[in-house]
Design a protein around this ligand. Structure first.
Ligand SMILES: Cc1cc2nc3c(=O)[nH]c(=O)nc-3n(C[C@H](O)[C@H](O)[C@H](O)COP(=O)(O)O)c2cc1C
Length: 209
């Protein structure tokens, strides 16, 4: 499917065909699309929980205003960012870069220093906001990847972050939930699919200067 047709086709599904599976190769491609999302400095200070445990998803649903997408979609991804930004995060990036590009990690020391110093200038709250913004780029990649495959996807912020963090044990992993994505196949009963898209016109959206 062509990109714009796919984006017209997609919508944030409200009802899924419970347990209709998405193939593992499609899920792998969606994960790769998330992996390939750009991030500030390339640091990728986020992780995604692929929640498959059904009883756990029931508990999460209770903390997401009962939204059925949480339990009924084939897959449920919880996008998280690091709860604190540390020097180790930059060192880990330098190691990945050294490995990928075949250079000695020692040659990247000044880059490591520059990145860390630049980000240390942000307040802890600004660092959290900055990390959360990276997550949404990855979320966008996943949504578009799903649309191109005619797989439904529902981004959701309507959940209690602290409860999700507790239920998923994110504190122990140094992570915080920020947004979730249900992935699966729309139900024929979902009336939302028949409603027209509501979007600003291109004229309202863009200003040429
Ligand atoms: C960050 C974000 C959070 C959202 N949270 C919810 C949600 O909790 N529940 C829900 O039903 N839809 C949620 N939506 C879906 C939006 O309402 C929907 O994308 C928007 O109305 C545009 O409609 P469309 O995506 O169907 O074209 C969310 C979308 C985004 C991008």
């Amino acid at each position: 499917m062509q990109l714009i047709d796919a984006l017209q086709w997609r919508y944030a599904a409200k009802q899924y065909v419970a347990d209709k599976p998405v193939s593992s190769s499609d899920i792998d491609d969606i994960k790769k699309a998330i992996q390939l999302a750009p991030s500030s400095f390339g640091l990728q200070l986020f992780e995604v929980m692929d929640v498959r445990d059904k009883p756990l998803r029931e508990k999460l649903r209770a903390q997401a205003y009962g939204q059925s997408q949480v339990t009924d979609a084939a897959h449920f991804f919880v996008f998280c960012h690091r709860s604190t930004f540390t020097r180790e995060d930059v060192a880990a990036y330098a190691k990945r870069k050294a490995d990928a590009q075949g250079v000695a990690v020692e040659t990247l020391q000044s880059m490591e220093e520059d990145i860390f110093n630049a980000l240390q200038k942000k307040s802890p709250e600004a660092q959290l906001q900055w990390m959360a913004r990276q997550v949404y780029i990855a979320l966008g990649h996943a949504i578009v990847a799903c649309a191109l495959k005619q797989i439904d996807a529902s981004p959701m912020e309507g959940f209690d972050n602290q409860s999700f963090d507790r239920l998923l044990g994110l504190d122990k992993k140094g992570l915080r939930s920020v947004v979730v994505l249900a992935i699966g196949y729309r139900s024929d009963d979902d009336e939302t699919q028949h409603t027209a898209k509501v979007r600003k016109t291109l004229t309202d959206l863009f200003t040429t200067v």
